[in-house]
Design a protein around this ligand. Structure first.
Ligand code: TPP
Length: 369
């Protein structure tokens, strides 16, 4: 629902929370989501968590070469996915956003196929694992070089403004990305052009082993918005309803033509940076334990339980249903078959040039010989 007056103050030094740790509604306004919507938020949080667990298992089984774990980021992912108009607006996510794409409607089979590089992957196996996207749903394919997706996200938003399409762009990135030139160039230009874009920093306090205080001297990332001429919102990223309501306001604000917004969600990555990282070498275990106590899934569960909307039986059946759907998705992705190596020669040129034809022939003869 679009509101006439804003609910949230930019530049608060205290992160915006709407749910207390024990699951009480502590917002200064009435909740206007029905039971089905609230349970839908929980379902998407749980699906994001289980997807992460499944990816890690598949990586350990040798079916996926690499994974960027997402646990701890789910509230930001689900809040963003619910605030954006599916198939109308555009998402420019980063590699730690699998839960966002799933909640946005990217089919689980496509997500599995992207990770395993099978023929059911709409990217034809040309991306690293954990680099999904969706042409059908206006989700720009994840780019590996940190922050490099921000300038194209801004360009897309400017083109929406020029063409007056009523669409908006949401782009997400980590705290490390805010030290890149691409972030500063992109956000500055978006501010100057009044582009319809929401920048979301999923601040998990680490860029691999580099902690937040080595990244910036700023108190928080949201504060940086001021210098770019836009509001900055600091949000409790372990609170899915805070992420959703702030994102909804940010998206509607920018859709109305009021220019870009920067949102910082304070999250925490529960696992290592990637399957190739040992985070115990740079993060104290007590810190990880303390953040796990703030689990976004548990907070939403407590909230629903207090309203009589969560029971263990319902939670268990939902978990089984999602896990079963993922098992089917894996089977479908695998049944599509491995990507043929010939595919790497396709789609670059309309007519294959001579040197590529020669390489293709050589590859075929080496394979048959
Ligand atoms: C331009 C560039 N520099 C370095 C890297 C290597 N790298 C991959 S992920 C990463 C950390 C990024 O951290 P952050 O933006 O905070 O996101 P997080 O992984 O914490 O979610 C780095 C340095 C890269 N991919 N691109």
């Amino acid at each position: 629902m679009i509101k006439d007056s804003p609910r949230f103050e930019p530049f608060s030094q205290k992160p915006i929370s709407l749910l207390s740790e024990s699951g009480e509604w502590i917002a200064p306004f009435d909740l206007d989501l029905d039971e089905a919507a609230l349970k839908g938020f929980y379902r998407d949080l749980l699906a994001a968590r289980l997807l992460d667990e499944r990816f890690i298992k598949l990586q350990r089984m040798g079916k996926i070469s690499f994974v960027a774990p997402t646990a701890g980021h789910e509230a930001a992912h689900v809040g963003i996915a619910h605030a954006v108009k599916r198939g109308h607006d555009w998402l420019f996510p980063y590699y730690r956003d699998a839960g966002m794409l799933l909640a946005f409607g990217v089919p689980a089979t496509e997500m599995m196929a992207q990770m395993m590089a099978t023929k059911a992957d709409s990217h034809k196996g040309r991306q690293m694992p954990s680099h999904p996207g969706s042409q059908a749903l206006n989700v720009f394919t994840v780019a590996s070089p940190i922050a490099s997706h921000i300038p194209p996200a801004v360009g897309t938003a400017i083109s929406m403004k020029i063409r007056n399409t009523g669409q908006v762009v949401v782009t997400s990135f980590g705290d490390g990305a805010t030290s890149e030139g691409d972030f500063h160039a992109g956000i500055n230009f978006a501010g100057a052009q009044g582009a319809p874009i929401v920048f979301v920093c999923e601040n998990n306090r680490y860029a691999i082993s580099v902690d937040y205080h080595k990244q910036t001297a700023a108190e928080n990332i949201a504060a940086k918005a001021s210098a770019y001429g836009m509001p900055g919102y600091l949000v409790d990223g372990m609170d899915v309803l805070a992420c959703y309501y702030v994102m909804q306001e940010a998206v509607e604000r920018t859709r109305k033509g009021l220019g870009p917004v920067l949102v910082e969600t304070q999250v925490y990555r529960f696992g290592p940076h990637s399957s190739a990282d040992d985070d115990s070498r740079y993060r104290p275990t007590e810190e990880v334990k303390a953040w796990k106590q703030r689990d976004p899934l548990m907070r939403m569960q407590r909230f629903l339980e207090k309203r009589g909307l969560w029971t263990k039986a319902w939670g268990d059946s939902l978990r089984n249903e999602i896990n079963e759907a993922f098992s089917v998705a894996i089977k479908e992705a695998e049944a599509a078959g491995a990507i043929p190596a010939e595919w790497m020669f396709e789609d670059v040129f309309k007519d294959m040039p001579r040197h590529l034809k020669q390489q293709l022939e050589r590859w075929r003869s080496e394979l048959s010989g």
